[in-house]
Design a protein around this ligand. Structure first.
Ligand SMILES: Nc1ncnc2c1ncn2[C@@H]1O[C@H](COP(=O)(O)OP(=O)(O)O)[C@@H](O)[C@H]1O
Ligand SMILES: [Mg+2]
Length: 446
């Protein structure tokens, strides 16, 4: 009640002073002045009360404005009522802007959160302020140990001191070994949450592995070609010098040279075949290939080599084998390489089984889609378990000397793997030492 009283007195002061002045100047009778003062005081007090009440309401309205909801209780003095309306409008505007700001903030957060690359925001104290989902998944609780990597720390120092963006290549050991390209950005001015450094950690492991594979491949291929070439150069020297007048030695050396030249020829053929398949690998071939015809003709073609090793080739090829969408030459090469290995690494005088048909009903390993299965099995020395996963790598051989002595290039199964992949098929190698080997290929028929 003190505010209305004070407001009332403030309103009444001027007319009361005027009345007092008039009495003082003897222009007004003190009794009349007394009577006149009474309504003035009453009206002033009422006005003061209304004023005080409305100012309190306005104060309440300003408080409510922050939350975006202004409630009006009853009528107000006209001028203050208008002010109240203005506050109400202002509060609505503020609330709309706040909603918009929150929405923008949320979409920013969603973008950062869903970025496929791990992203970290650090404060100038290098404490992590934010880590997106990719960062949490990739590094989990190891995030801080990633930040302790000396090269990353050096990049952070530079980014902070020079204010420039730094890019460093790192090999991280925890939680998994991987190659990462780290981009460190100085955020100037800092973000509202105090973030002043942004780090993006992009995984480069795949690219590095591909690069390593390519350089390994070139080194291996050069080495494989150099060996027969060095031997050819050596024999040419011998033929020109010490063996110049020794026809029996010449005959022997020329036979070896012929073998070496053949070996280089096979190697180049296989390298070319591999690169041709690789180039077309993501383009599925669509010619209708009759696998039955193809396998029968391979059986015939292999007969002399099978006989030379006193082996028996038992072919069990289903008569109703459906056609396979494929590349006939590549499919021929696939099964030729498998039969070639069975003859080379199978037992002398042993049995090779070539089987082709629809996937057996009870077999669970094959895909559910319609397809055909071809398997080539021998009863040779087999392959120790440790080697099986690596057999389809280029130039991988269990016994290099043995493979070379039987004319192997180490590329046969790599070609098989790529042809199967190009035909969207699958392959399995079942073997153990001393128990022969069975290579199975499944190819889709649609
Ligand atoms: N049927 C098999 N029995 C035993 N070992 C095999 C058989 N097929 C392949 N291998 C092993 O896999 C290696 C790779 O085969 P491949 O890529 O065809 O190369 P290559 O036959 O030219 O040596 C061979 O060197 C051999 O050690
Ligand atoms: Mg081979």
């Amino acid at each position: 009640m003190r505010t209305p009283l004070r407001s009332g007195l403030a309103v009444a002061t001027t007319p009361l002073l005027v009345l007092a002045a008039l009495v003082g100047l003897k222009q007004l009778d003190p009794v009349v002045a007394g009577w006149a003062a009474l309504p003035v005081l009453t009206v002033a007090l009422l006005l003061g009360a209304a004023w005080g009440r409305d100012v309190a309401r306005l104060r309440e309205a300003v408080k409510q404005a922050a939350s975006g909801r202004v409630v009006l209780h009853g009528p107000m003095l006209p001028a203050l009522g208008m002010l109240h309306q203005e506050i109400d409008q202002l509060s609505r505007l503020m609330s709309e802007r706040t909603t918009l700001l929150q929405r923008l903030l949320k979409s920013d957060e969603a973008i950062v959160e869903r970025l496929p690359d791990p992203l970290l925001v650090l404060g100038s104290d290098r404490v992590i302020r934010r880590a997106n989902q990719a960062a949490r998944t990739a590094f989990g609780s190891e995030l801080n140990s990633v930040l302790r990597h000396p090269d990353l720390r050096a990049a952070l120092d530079l980014a902070l001191s020079k204010g420039t963006t730094q890019i460093v290549e790192l090999t991280l050991r925890v939680p998994l070994e991987r190659d990462v390209a780290a981009t460190v950005l100085n955020l100037d001015p800092p973000l509202a949450d105090g973030g002043s450094i942004l780090i993006v950690l992009s995984d480069r492991s795949r690219e590095r592995a591909v690069e390593r594979m390519r350089t390994d491949f070139i080194a291996n291929a050069s080495h494989e070609l150099r060996t027969p070439l060095a031997s050819l150069i050596g024999f040419i020297g011998t033929l020109q010098g010490p063996a110049a007048d020794d026809p029996p030695a010449q005959k022997r050396f020329l036979a070896i040279m012929h073998d070496q030249a053949e070996r280089m020829n096979r190697l180049i053929d296989d390298l070319l075949a591999l690169s041709r398949i690789e180039v077309s690998e993501h383009q599925t071939p669509l010619d209708a290939v009759s696998l039955g015809d193809l396998l029968f003709s391979l059986e015939e073609a292999f007969a002399p080599r099978v006989a030379a090793r006193h082996q028996t080739l038992l072919a069990d090829i289903a008569a109703d084998l459906p056609d396979v969408p494929g590349d006939e030459d590549q499919l021929a090469q696939l099964f030729q390489n498998l039969l070639d290995n069975a003859v080379k690494y199978g037992k002398e005088g042993g049995t090779i089984r070539l089987w082709a048909g629809l996937p057996p009903k009870d077999a669970t390993r094959y895909p559910a889609e319609p397809g055909v299965v071809v398997s080539v099995a021998d009863d040779g020395a087999g392959i120790a378990r440790v080697h099986i996963p690596r057999l389809t790598e280029r130039f991988y051989r269990v016994d290099k000397g043995r493979s070379r002595s039987v004319g192997g290039t180490g590329l046969g199964l790599a070609i098989v793997k790529h042809v199967v992949a190009r035909h969207r098929g699958s392959m399995w190698i079942d073997s153990s030492e001393g128990n022969g080997a069975c290579f199975t290929v499944w190819l889709p028929t649609r």
